[in-house]
Ligand binder design. Structure first.
Ligand SMILES: Nc1nc2c(ncn2[C@@H]2O[C@H](COP(=O)(O)OP(=O)(O)OP(=O)(O)O)[C@@H](O)[C@H]2O)c(=O)[nH]1
Ligand SMILES: [Mg+2]
Length: 241
């Protein structure tokens, strides 16, 4: 008989199932030539605000769409739809994160043509989404200047599961005495070498650097061999970096 608590065993199985599905999604996206970018952060960091600007700017040159997860309401989908690109809301009920199965289901029920870029806004939560691979190529973790510079140190798992950090609401930095040097050092302490961008979705500050990084990284990823790309699944499914 195993000494492992039953709840832990069930959780491990759920995570494993998610990884299998996420890997299949990643393979499918790759075969279709679709790059997938997810956004994770605590509630209210500015994911939807940044995504609305991102979709509006990228739709000029790319076929873009977005999925957005929340426990309840279609509010974020309505906001993102103002960009003019296809958007679909996933409501999770009581679940504090998106899972690969939810992404797969949303795509099944959605008849949109081929995409260059699919964005996925996760449920606002700095803990649970870290463990769930969604088949994305790039995971962005957002941190707003109003949340405090110490968040990377307090929530290292989510920063470790992401590929780049975006510090949002920099138009409010002075008002809240935001210490940019400390925040960037804390990100580097948790995840050395992680690219980080300071942006304001309100004023547009920093958006061009962030967009340049997104498109350059995705172009590079589209040109790596498939076996290297699928090793990304291990990166997102664990806390190995
Ligand atoms: N001043 C300022 N406010 C911002 C900025 N970005 C977002 N906000 C505001 O911050 C609040 C939350 O922004 P959202 O975009 O809804 O944040 P979110 O991360 O999508 O929130 P959830 O989906 O609920 O987790 C809203 O009132 C936005 O208008 C910004 O760059 N500057
Ligand atoms: Mg949102």
């Amino acid at each position: 008989m195993t000494t492992e608590p039953r709840l832990l065993a069930v959780r491990k199985n759920v995570l494993k199932q998610n990884d299998v599905l996420a890997r299949a999604l990643r393979d499918r996206f790759r075969a279709q030539g679709t790059s997938v970018i997810s956004l994770v952060s605590s509630p209210g960091t500015g994911k939807t605000a940044l995504l609305e600007r991102t979709l509006t700017l990228l739709k000029e040159n790319y076929r873009v769409a977005a999925l957005v997860g929340d426990l309840a309401t279609e509010n974020d989908a309505l906001r993102l739809a103002r960009s003019g690109v296809p958007v679909k809301q996933i409501t999770t009920g009581t679940i504090c994160h998106l899972e690969a199965a939810m992404v797969e289901r949303a795509l099944e029920e959605w008849s949109i043509g081929p995409l260059d870029l699919l964005f996925i806004e996760n449920v606002g939560n700095l803990v649970c989404p870290a463990s769930y691979d969604l088949g994305e190529d790039l995971r962005l973790v957002l941190l707003s200047v109003t949340e405090g510079e110490d968040k990377p140190l307090k929530y290292p798992t989510i920063f470790n599961s992401a590929d780049a950090a975006v510090i949002t609401k920099c138009d409010l930095a002075v008002a809240v005495d935001f210490d940019e040097v400390t925040a960037l050092a804390n990100i580097q302490a948790v995840r050395p070498g992680m690219p980080a961008f300071l942006v304001s979705s309100k004023t547009g500050q920093g958006l061009s650097n962030y967009l340049q990084f997104l498109t350059a990284t995705l172009h590079a990823k589209l040109h790596v061999p498939a076996d290297e790309a699928s090793s990304h699944a291990e990166i997102h499914s664990g806390t190995s970096r």
